[in-house]
Design a protein around this ligand. Structure first.
Ligand SMILES: [Zn+2]
Ligand SMILES: [Zn+2]
Ligand SMILES: [Zn+2]
Length: 73
């Protein structure tokens, strides 16, 4: 049985790939258990911006469309 473990960014709803250390910024394709800062510091990166979830700069996923007043062009 193969489990399709596709992680989704909680901020923008996009896919995640690889890992980035939130402490030192080291980037790895896979979670590195020997990483000096600790593997738990490595978080999946957003496909869109390459940042970890908490630093994702993509458009946040909107749950309910809020009537945002459009600034006059
Ligand atoms: Zn994202
Ligand atoms: Zn690190
Ligand atoms: Zn992003």
């Amino acid at each position: 049985m193969e489990s399709t473990d596709i992680k989704i960014c909680k901020i923008c709803g996009g896919k995640l790939y690889g890992f980035k250390c939130v402490m030192c910024g080291a980037e790895e394709e896979i979670e590195d258990s020997s990483h000096t800062c600790g593997p738990e510091r490595c978080e999946a990166k957003c496909v869109g911006c390459g940042q970890v979830e908490k630093e994702c700069t993509c458009e946040p996923v909107k749950k309910d469309a809020d009537p945002v007043p459009t600034p006059a062009a």
